[in-house]
Design a protein around this ligand. Structure first.
Ligand SMILES: Cc1cc2nc3c(=O)[nH]c(=O)nc-3n(C[C@H](O)[C@H](O)[C@H](O)COP(=O)(O)O)c2cc1C
Length: 185
């Protein structure tokens, strides 16, 4: 259990969430931490069949195992209609219960077109993860007005947001190390 899993919380093609998750991936690598990016856009189509609840398809198993093996999970969520994407909640519902989040450290970064920067989905997620007995890292990062924060290539338009993400990631590594009593680096 040495890997931080970044969960890119939508399956929308070309999503800004995936771009932010990619930045976080690079930040963890710079910190010399083992990191794995799970992109819900790469969920196999068969994961969306009703039978998946009772009988997870083979293509879903690596996603489920990555969460079970994670030292900590860093969730990146956009705001869709005042909440988290349906695909993200659905993915959570497909994971092994209760092992997936029981006492697992989790961290949240969120983005939205609007001024609140996806506060609503993060509060929904905090409620879900509290219910699941996860350990929630208190420092959340919100990215409001996301279309102005990223340029056409997906790079941040100012240094402020990457600096905040780097501080959050370093804090989360420290949080995970203290909770687990082992070094990730
Ligand atoms: C289905 C959908 C619903 C959205 N609902 C909201 C919303 O409720 N509040 C908001 O501020 N932005 C909303 N937006 C704008 C998104 O937050 C913004 O486009 C962001 O980039 C979406 O993340 P994504 O690019 O990773 O899909 C919505 C976008 C989509 C696609």
């Amino acid at each position: 259990m040495k890997t931080i899993v970044i969960l890119s919380g939508t399956n929308r093609p070309g999503s800004n969430t995936r771009k932010v998750a990619g930045h976080l991936d690079a930040i963890y690598r710079k910190l010399d931490v083992s990191v794995q990016l799970l992109d819900l856009h790469e969920l196999p189509l068969e994961a969306f069949t009703p039978a998946s609840y009772g009988n997870p398809p083979a293509g879903l198993l690596p996603f489920r195992q990555a969460i079970l093996d994670a030292a900590g999970v860093h969730v990146v969520t956009p705001e869709y209609n005042g909440g988290m994407p349906g695909a993200l909640k659905y993915f959570i519902d497909l994971l092994e219960f209760p092992e997936s989040f029981e006492h697992r450290p989790v961290c949240f970064t969120a983005l939205a077109a609007g001024l609140w920067g996806a506060l609503r989905p993060v509060e929904q997620l905090q409620s879900i993860f509290s219910y699941r007995n996860a350990f929630i890292f208190p420092e959340r990062v919100f990215l409001p007005g996301i279309s102005k924060l990223l340029d056409a290539q997906g790079n941040f338009t100012s240094a402020e947001m990457p600096e905040r993400l780097a501080k959050q990631a370093a804090g989360f590594v420290d949080f995970v190390e203290k909770l687990r009593g082992t070094k990730l680096r």
